[in-house]
Each structure stands twice: as structure tokens, then as C-alpha cells.
Ligand binder design. Structure first.
Ligand SMILES: O=C(CO)[C@@H](O)[C@H](O)COP(=O)(O)O
Length: 230
């Protein structure tokens, strides 16, 4: 899981130009992104539909970077094998969609992938507690999921600090990922509050220079990152 030293910038292709997807991804990787984030939305758990395993498989065929697949879908157990087959390295499910979260995380591991748990801004962090035994990563949503281009919710800084403290108290080493409204202007505050992985969609792919934008976020994040957090 720690193949690349944090802080990691994980550009979300939700905001990419799908006519030039391979080119957009290449520019992001050239700018220093070791991960690519794939947002899977079903129009039920979140009010938007994105793409499925076929697109993930196409991305896999175009790049060997770490593929971070975020399932914003009801009943994710039905699809995790498809995303593992498509080439996901990490599969993250939402605590809000998994009544048998422990079993779901085990299934992801059995499929040979790293397992993550995501949590919405309105869900209490305590609901994660049991999952922290098995998760390789916790994805803290810093917008309400469903759309790119939203504003970072400010109370997320307190949640990040609280999650970092939980990790310390439990003596765990899961990575903390932040997703939504991340840009070069808040990346430093986000890492100093405890994030190891920063998902950035619009700020990267809507920019006129994708590689420079990734580099700028990485530099800002790196300036305040403390490796003794993990
Ligand atoms: O999962 C989501 C949205 O639900 C995110 O991955 C966004 O796609 C991030 O996009 P920006 O907020 O960076 O535009």
C-alpha cells in the first residue's frame, strides 16, 4: 500500500476529457501522480451516473499506475469482483452502503486488492471504528458525493484531525485519503490536518496545464506533510 511515499496526489478522471482520456492521464502521471482515482456512481447511492468496469479496464490497459477505485454504489458486493478483474489495485466502499462491512473488506482482500472504506461528511466517524481493523485506507469525503467541482467543506479539517488521532490511538497504519474540493490552495492545510492521499478532479483536469497542476498540489501538500503520522 505504501509503494509510493505519501503525500500522494490521485487525480480523479471524473473531471477528465473522455475524448482524450489517455492523454489526460499521461499528463497527470508526468506531473507526478502515482495514483489515478476512478469514481464509480450508480444514480442511486449518489444522484449521478459515471462509468463502470469497462472504463476502468481501458484505463488499466493504458497505464501501470496504481488504480484507486471508489465505489459510490448501492450493494457494492455485487460488483467488486468485476472491478478487481478490471485491474483495480484498491477498491473503496462506503460505510453507508455496507451492512456487512467486515465481510466486504475481506472479499476485496481475497480478490487480491487493497481495501478502503469511505465515509460521507454527514456520517459520524465512530461508525468506522470496527472497520479500522481491516482497512488499508479510509477515504474521508470532503464534499457530499456525486459531483465534481464542489467546495471543500471546512469542518472536514476537524474530522481529519480526529481520524488521525483514532489511527494513532489504535496504532494502525491505514492511509487517510481526502476527496472533494482539493486544490493547490488548500493542499497544505489538508496534509497538515492529517491526509496522506489527496484526490483532485476539477483542479487538475480543468486546468490548462494538467502536469503543472499536479506538481503544484504535490509541492503544496509535501510542504506540510509529516511522515510520522502514518
Ligand atoms: O467522489 C467525488 C465526488 O463524488 C470526487 O472524486 C470528485 O470527483 C472530486 O472532484 P473535485 O471536487 O476535485 O472536482
Amino acid at each position: 500500500m505504501h509503494e509510493t511515499s505519501p503525500p500522494v496526489v490521485a487525480p480523479s478522471i471524473l473531471a477528465a476529457n473522455f475524448l482524450h482520456l489517455e492523454n489526460d492521464i499521461r499528463q497527470a502521471v508526468d506531473g507526478g501522480a502515482p495514483w489515478i482515482h476512478c469514481d464509480i456512481m450508480d444514480g442511486h447511492f449518489v444522484p449521478n451516473i459515471s462509468f463502470g468496469p469497462d472504463v476502468v479496464e481501458t484505463v488499466r490497459s493504458a497505464t501501470d499506475v496504481f488504480l484507486d477505485v471508489h465505489l459510490m454504489i448501492e450493494d457494492p458486493d455485487r460488483y467488486i469482483a468485476d472491478f478487481a478483474r478490471a485491474g483495480a489495485d484498491l477498491i473503496t466502499v462506503h460505510v453507508e452502503t455496507c451492512p456487512h462491512l467486515h465481510r466486504t473488506l475481506q472479499s476485496i482482500h481475497e480478490l487480491g486488492c487493497h481495501a478502503g472504506v469511505a465515509i460521507n461528511p454527514g456520517t459520524a466517524l465512530g461508525t468506522l471504528r470496527a472497520a479500522l481493523e481491516d482497512a488499508d485506507l479510509v477515504l474521508l469525503m470532503t464534499v457530499n458525493p456525486g459531483f465534481g467541482g464542489q467546495k471543500f467543506i471546512r469542518f472536514s479539517y476537524d474530522r481529519l484531525r480526529a481520524l488521525r488521532l483514532m489511527r494513532q490511538e489504535l496504532n494502525k497504519s491505514f492511509l487517510i485519503e481526502v476527496d472533494g474540493g482539493v486544490s493547490r490552495s488548500n493542499a497544505s492545510d489538508i496534509t497538515s490536518a492529517g491526509a496522506d492521499v489527496l484526490v483532485a478532479g476539477s483542479s487538475v483536469f480543468k486546468s490548462s496545464d494538467i502536469a503543472s497542476e499536479v506538481d503544484a498540489i504535490r509541492n503544496a501538500a509535501g510542504a506540510s506533510y509529516r511522515s510520522d503520522y502514518v
